[in-house]
Design a protein. Structure first.
Length: 514
């Protein structure tokens, strides 16, 4: 059995942060990643890091306090979700986040901003340059420089326990069964379970089973391992979403091609901080149409949702029924249809298709320019339907039925109300395909402030730590930039704590001596 000081399960942002910190504190560290390459959900995110009392805020003359941030962070979620929050843990996290931000800057990561995001009272959202892949590149490079070992195609199947302590893992590594021993313990950093239908159905409800996760590899591996070890899992039914989003482009976003480490990345960061606001808004708008969801107001003002057969299938104005119904359509997709009146309406303020609040707003022509793969604009209905092979005759019948309701001549077969103006005349716009997604799940193991996993009685499970979505500990982190800030902060703290605890044999000897 190969032996290391620390074994980390998962090589996303939290796992790499944990492995790097443990290595920086003298540990011999192994990170096991089930995918062929590191990255996790962090690697496909925009890359925002939201924190208060940072050096970047100070450089721009922004006065801020962590205590204020703790209050503002509680205003993003609906009251019925926010009341589930672990206030003590979230305050602790937000106190630690500024130190994590400076630690990341010391790794030569560059940030622009901070940008505003109401209800945050001051700008706190720091965006990494050129995008989230910079975290993965910087952390992986630094981890390798520290002599750490990263194995991909390595799925952890089981935690190994002896004498009441987690002492290693059993894993399938490139098809081979392997066992690894950990002198100090194991850190779970395997991400969320947004794309595991069984866990979604168990905790969220059977009707949500067909909704996919943004990250197709987020299958709850860490939560299962924690539960098998006796951990208390909390807030397993709390999710970010579901929400309707356009399917991702087959092309990599422009930012993914930009350098993410070394002097080119630092130079790009310095340039980005000096760019005029209009250029920054154009860059952010490109990210906006890639990642953000269409606003509910689109449907409230009369847009309709069609399936592949050209039929309506739900009251488009009701969440989450709209998302649940979409996930049960052919190929799990839908299309949003706008007539000329809605096209003109959603081409200028205050009506936008999607937004990063107070930063950028995307209108019909922004989508047509930046996402032509999901935006069909034309003078005739036939012209916008043909590229996606939607049946013209059935769509015309659907519009006629909808207009009968909109004109006040009948009730809507799906219960939609109130009425809006009928759909009539071009230019027509078809947006899609769109799918229902969970962005992330908020359920994970309960932790203490040393990132140790706790059992049902609030007692630490010896040798077991967690970071990121595996160890949210009952926190509700709605709003941009908090999940990545937690991934990096919890990973850093877990790496520090596991190394300060000492090897298992030393701990046992100390307890006997006392």
């Amino acid at each position: 059995m190969k032996t290391y000081d620390v074994i980390v399960v998962g090589a996303g942002g939290s796992g790499l942060a944990a492995g790097l910190t443990a290595a920086q504190h003298g540990g011999q560290v192994l990170i096991l990643e089930k995918r062929p390459q590191p990255g996790g959900t962090t690697g496909i995110a925009v890359g925002s890091f939201t924190a208060a009392e940072t050096s970047l805020q100070a450089a721009q003359g922004i006065t801020d306090r962590v205590t204020d941030h703790a209050i503002d962070a509680g205003q993003f979620a609906e009251p019925q979700i926010e009341c589930r929050n672990n206030d003590t843990m979230r305050k602790f996290f937000l106190q630690q986040a500024p130190r994590t931000f400076e630690w990341l800057c010391d790794l030569d990561l560059s940030f622009v901003g901070p940008s505003p995001e109401p209800p945050n009272r001051v700008p706190r959202m720091h965006n990494v340059v050129p995008g989230a892949k910079a975290y993965i590149a910087a952390l992986q490079l630094a981890f390798q420089d520290q002599g750490g070992t990263l194995l991909c195609d390595a799925t952890v199947e089981e935690l190994l326990e002896r004498e009441g302590r987690i002492r290693g893992v059993r894993a399938t590594v490139q098809g081979q069964n392997e066992r690894y021993h950990a002198r100090r313990g194991v850190i779970l950093a395997g991400g969320d379970y947004a794309n595991d239908p069984e866990m979604i159905a168990q905790y969220k409800g059977e009707r949500y089973r067909e909704i996919d996760g943004i990250n197709p590899f987020a299958t709850g591996d860490g939560q299962r391992l924690a539960q098998q070890a006796g951990a208390e899992l909390v807030n397993m039914d709390v999710t970010y979403g579901p929400e309707l989003r356009f399917v991702p482009s087959s092309k990599q976003p422009f930012q993914q091609w930009l350098p993410s480490r070394g002097w080119p990345a630092k130079l790009m960061g310095q340039i980005a901080r000096r760019l005029p606001n209009w250029i920054m808004r154009r860059m952010i708008k490109r990210l906006l149409v890639t990642w953000q969801h269409p606003e509910n107001t689109l449907f409230q003002h009369g847009a309709i949702l069609l399936n592949r057969r050209g039929e309506r299938f739900v009251d488009e104005t009701i969440w989450p029924d709209r998302e649940i119904a979409t996930a049960n359509q052919p190929d799990k997709i839908g299309y949003i249809l706008l007539d000329g009146q809605r096209v003109r309406q959603f081409s200028k303020w205050p009506h936008f298709i999607s937004t990063a609040p107070d930063i950028a707003y995307a209108y019909v022509h922004d989508y047509h320019r930046l996402r032509p793969d999901i935006t069909q604009l034309g003078n005739s209905l036939k012209a916008v339907l043909e590229p996606h092979n939607l049946p013209l005759d059935r769509v015309q019948q659907t519009i006629e039925e909808y207009n009968h309701f909109a004109s006040g001549n009948a009730s809507d077969s799906f219960g939609r109300s109130p009425r809006t103006a009928p759909l009539q005349g071009g230019p027509w716009c078809l947006l899609g395909p769109a799918k229902a997604y969970f962005t992330t799940t908020e359920g994970g193991a309960r932790l203490d402030q040393r990132m140790q996993v706790l059992d049902q009685y609030g007692t630490p499970i010896p040798g077991l730590y967690a970071a990121g979505q595996n160890g949210l500990s009952g926190m509700v982190l709605f709003g941009h930039g908090l999940h990545i800030a937690w991934a990096m902060t919890s990973g850093r703290l877990a790496g520090e704590s596991i190394m300060s605890a000492g090897p298992a044999d030393e701990q046992k000897a100390a307890s006997i001596g006392n």
